[in-house]
Design a protein around this ligand. Structure first.
Ligand code: ZN
Length: 136
């Protein structure tokens, strides 16, 4: 295992996308826990947009279930199997869910440099003026 967020974690999300969604749209997540476990999950669609769940949600619940801290999170998206997977930064709600384990949790964000796919940012970098750490 390299850094909390490494290529192996990205690869776990890619494998889930290809396995679960060989056709059509894919939204998947892979999270790493402090002990090195990789937890994966998919988004939950619903007829009402507000009832849908982000791909990270299942793995976040799993981490709570096994009582392990999450240290890194990746979410990947593609519109169809013909499209390349793209990194989706964690939404604001998932950032709040991940901040339960502190602002050092690493989150994958896109990297548009040629030959690159993803880069890592901590929640603290994504939210330098986090509401629960005034003055940080
Ligand atoms: Zn989210």
């Amino acid at each position: 295992m390299g850094f909390p967020l490494d290529q192996a974690l990205i690869d776990a999300a890619v494998a889930l996308a290809n396995h679960r969604y060989p056709q059509g749209e894919a939204v998947v997540a892979a999270l790493r826990t402090a002990s090195g476990k990789v937890l994966t999950s998919v988004s939950a669609e619903a007829r009402v947009d507000a009832a849908c769940l982000c791909a990270e949600t299942g793995a976040i619940c799993e981490a709570h279930k096994i009582n392990e801290a999450v240290v890194a999170s990746v979410c990947l998206y593609r519109q169809s199997a013909a499209d390349p997977l793209q990194v989706l930064p964690a939404c604001g709600i998932c950032q709040e869910r991940l901040a339960f384990w502190g602002l050092d949790v690493e989150v994958a964000v896109p990297d548009t440099r040629p030959g690159h796919f993803w880069q890592s940012r901590t929640l603290r970098e994504l939210r330098p003026f986090y509401w629960d750490e005034p003055g940080s």
